[in-house]
Design a protein around this ligand. Structure first.
Ligand code: ZN
Length: 140
């Protein structure tokens, strides 16, 4: 079951340029940075009242975020829902005819399990499911 909006992913060309914007213009505190090798991105997280903002900077030209930036420029990249059962969530989406980018969850930022739905079958919104790995405590 979906429990909450966990975070919004925002594609940026440079964390070093984007982080001060969120800190100075919005007064948000950066909770930390992390490189996510599986997605070829560096991330910086902010807390906005329980919903996190996840700034994403590509680490290579073949990163999915690099492709997004080339096609659409900087901006909102994905919407992530927290779920208590990522496998059941993926099955429900697939059963409803939604195309999955990942049929199996993998480890994303913060050690969470994540999987994405294809934006072509979700009305243009790249949708992520994320779940805390069993036995793990969420870093962010
Ligand atoms: Zn995400």
């Amino acid at each position: 079951m979906i429990q909450a909006i966990d975070h919004l992913g925002i594609a940026v060309r440079s964390l070093d340029e984007a982080v001060p914007l969120y800190e100075k213009a919005l007064g948000l505190r950066c909770l930390g940075r992390e490189e996510v090798a599986s997605q070829k991105v560096r991330t910086a997280f902010f807390d906005a009242g329980g919903v996190h903002l996840e700034l994403l900077e590509p680490t290579s030209d073949d990163s999915p975020v690099a492709k997004f930036l080339a096609e659409r420029g900087e901006g909102i990249h994905h919407l992530a829902f927290r779920t208590d059962d990522i496998g059941a969530q993926l099955k429900q989406a697939a059963d409803a005819g939604v195309r999955l980018i990942h049929a199996q969850p993998f480890e994303g930022a913060g050690g969470k399990l994540v999987a994405f739905l294809h934006p072509k079958s979700t009305r243009g919104v790249l949708t992520e499911f994320c779940a805390v790995k069993p036995g793990a405590t969420a870093a962010h």
